[in-house]
Design a protein. Structure first.
Length: 418
């Protein structure tokens, strides 16, 4: 009897081991989201890029108003501005590992931030304070049953399995209008949280180089050639995440200007990317013929063509100038009311060694399209940007797993200034 019971127990244990072993094999063998998604170093570079884009939009907006003040002979001794931004990028069609095998998922970071700037034009300097929060989420896509009500209607699914984290950058910038600028910021990364779905699904991520160690960002800028130097590093570590030196408005020889147009400028950039152990060099042209940008990059470990990007831009829109004369002083005031419109289309090629190492893909072609809608009334401005595309080099440089996944992006930037 004892011997029979032992055989039954052994059979039960063997069956249980086979069942749980099979479940484990499914979880281990399925295709998982790439570790790049939550890599701390790559996320730090991303939030720095997002801040610099927010700053670029803000300064381009102020530059339009400064140019208008000069054209209408208005004095502009100082200026105070508050600007805010909110946006999201969505990437679809990931395959992720869960405790129930492979499932489809999406990545949809949401970011929001603000800039306070004060410029003293007569004194020749300005100051800026800023903060930006990025909330990342890798979320299992809902099934059709989870999006339908009992009567066949649509409902927004809740309680889906997800992995979440947040990152914050905050700091300040000092600008000497005729010389350059210095920006310093701290970057905080929050721990990953793995939230089980109400249906019991749990995401199982691969090993991810994610830490909560703080990082620092230091940037230098110069109006000469629109030159900038960017450093992202961990204060307690000798290693630097990225060192990048760029010049985005290099003057071209007069005969080249005659051929390509007065707005054409050269683009030169060099970067060391620590987590790729890579050095990359950018060379290209921007605003050739007033609408064409063409940039190519080479990487050197080993030597290979990293990317090529061609982009065509269009901008226009109606504008109205309102003028009013002060009867007491005789001074004329002017106000610009405009609806600035823009659109772009780009094609690209990406072939980094890191992309091939992480995904097995190389020689990747991509495309993207986008539009801009910007009502502007001098003291108030709202800019709405929308784009969609696949395999954009800027996105693949952030997360290798974005390869071959369609993406959309929406960004709203608002500003109030006096």
């Amino acid at each position: 009897m004892m011997r029979s019971d032992a055989r039954v127990l052994l059979a039960l244990l063997t069956a249980a081991a086979a069942i749980f072993g099979a479940d484990s094999a499914v979880a281990q063998d399925c295709t998982a989201a790439d570790a790049d998604v939550f890599s701390t170093a790559r996320r730090a570079r991303t939030i720095v890029s997002d801040y610099n884009e927010m700053h670029r939009i803000h300064r381009a907006d102020l530059a339009r108003n400064e140019a208008f003040a000069r054209e209408t002979d208005q004095e502009l001794p100082w200026r105070f501005d508050l600007a805010g931004i909110v946006g999201t990028r969505s990437t679809y069609g990931f395959e992720v590992c869960t405790n129930e095998g492979t499932k489809s998922a999406s990545v949809s970071p949401i970011y929001a931030g603000g800039i306070f700037s004060l410029d003293f034009y007569n004194a020749g300097f300005g100051v800026e304070a800023f903060a930006l929060l990025v909330s990342d989420a890798l979320k299992v896509s809902p099934t059709e049953e989870q999006t339908r009500t009992e009567d066949g209607g649509f409902r927004d699914p809740v309680g889906l399995a997800s992995v979440n984290t947040q990152e914050t950058i905050y700091g300040g910038r000092l600008t000497l209008h005729d010389w350059g600028s210095l920006v310093m910021a701290g970057i905080e990364t929050h721990p990953l949280t793995n939230n089980a779905g109400v249906d019991g699904v749990v995401l199982q991520l691969p090993e991810t180089p994610h830490t909560t160690d703080g990082r620092m960002y230091v940037g230098l800028g110069s109006p000469y050639g629109d030159t900038s130097l960017h450093l992202v590093f961990a204060p307690g570590d000798v290693a630097t995440d990225i060192i990048e030196l760029r010049a985005d408005a290099v003057p071209l020889p007069a005969d080249v200007d005659t051929l390509l147009g007065a707005d054409a400028r050269g683009v030169v950039g060099a970067a060391y990317i620590e987590d790729e152990s890579q050095v990359a060099l950018d060379l290209g042209l921007a605003d050739a013929f007033g609408f064409l940008t063409l940039v190519a990059a080479t990487e050197f470990n080993p030597v290979r063509l990293r990317k090529v990007r061609g982009r065509v831009d269009w901008d226009g829109g109606p504008e109205m100038i309102l003028r009013d004369e002060n009867p007491e002083t005789g001074e004329e005031n002017a106000m610009r009311l405009a609806l600035d419109l823009g659109a772009f289309a780009e094609v690209s090629y990406f072939n980094s060694r890191h992309l091939e190492d992480e995904t097995g893909r190389d020689h990747v072609w991509g495309t993207a399209f986008g539009a801009t809608f910007r009502p502007d009334a001098i003291i108030l401005m709202t800019q709405i940007d929308f784009w969609f595309g696949v395999n954009r080099p800027s996105e693949l440089a952030r997360v290798s797993e974005f390869v071959d996944h369609w993406q959309t992006g929406v960004r709203v930037h608002g500003r109030f200034g006096l």
